[in-house]
Design a protein around this ligand. Structure first.
Ligand SMILES: [Ca+2]
Ligand SMILES: [Ca+2]
Ligand SMILES: [Ca+2]
Length: 219
């Protein structure tokens, strides 16, 4: 049992509560750039699968392959369809290959990076969000290093769909997003504990007042 001055525990609890709320508020205000690297960890996690996920900085990216299975080779990352396609590229030899992806938290999609993407081959893909109409992107929309720079807000679980549209195929190198980190469970626990201690202390005081009314009230 802690021997503290009456009032010390509620003050301590209030300080905890304010501190935790402040840290939550500041966590919510700061976003961080998170990148999923398909030629390394993310590609390795998905290699050979039809669907899977890759977690970076506590943010989970869920992916579903369209037209085949995810495939990572020394040349890059793409879809291997059942047949003699370009097995490590998103192509349309049999059917338009692509992928659907969604994030575990809300954020802003800032970039998609590709390889083997050329104007001469007429490479193009479409990108849509939440089942809406897809927008077509060609080499003219990409930077010199084959990045598509975006500023597209999304909610947790909202699905993007990227699909091959024309050309001889391309690989996906990375997906980048500005993410708002979700508060850690410990932060919620701290707030809950602070709130409970404060509530208990206030209730105890009310009961004590009932038992021993403050003489000042009757003088
Ligand atoms: Ca194949
Ligand atoms: Ca392919
Ligand atoms: Ca190409």
């Amino acid at each position: 049992m802690i021997n503290a001055r009456p009032g010390a525990i509620p003050i301590l609890a209030a300080v905890c509560l304010i501190g935790a709320s402040f840290s939550l508020h500041s966590a919510a205000a700061v976003t961080q750039l998170v990148e999923w690297d398909f030629e390394n960890e993310t590609g390795l996690a998905l290699d050979g699968l039809d669907f899977g996920f890759s977690e970076v900085s506590s943010v989970r990216l869920d992916l579903v392959a369209i037209g085949g299975s995810f495939n990572l080779t020394g040349s890059g990352f793409g879809i291997d369809s059942p047949g003699a396609d370009d097995s490590d590229a998103f192509d349309g030899i049999f059917s338009p290959e692509g992928l659907q992806f969604s994030f575990s938290s809300s954020g802003t999609l800032t970039g998609l990076k590709f390889d083997r993407f050329t104007e001469s081959a007429n490479d193009a893909f479409s990108l849509s969000l939440g089942g809406g109409p897809g927008k077509t992107y060609t080499k003219a929309d990409l930077t010199s290093d084959n990045s598509l720079l975006l500023n597209q807000d999304f909610l947790a679980g909202e699905t993007f769909t990227l699909t091959w549209e024309s050309g001889n195929g391309f690989g996906l190198e990375s997906i980048s997003a500005q993410m708002t980190p979700v508060p850690e469970p410990e932060e919620y626990a701290l707030i809950a504990t602070g709130g409970l201690v404060l509530f208990a202390a206030i209730r105890r005081r009310q009961l004590q007042r009932k038992k021993n009314p403050d003489p000042a009230f009757f003088s």
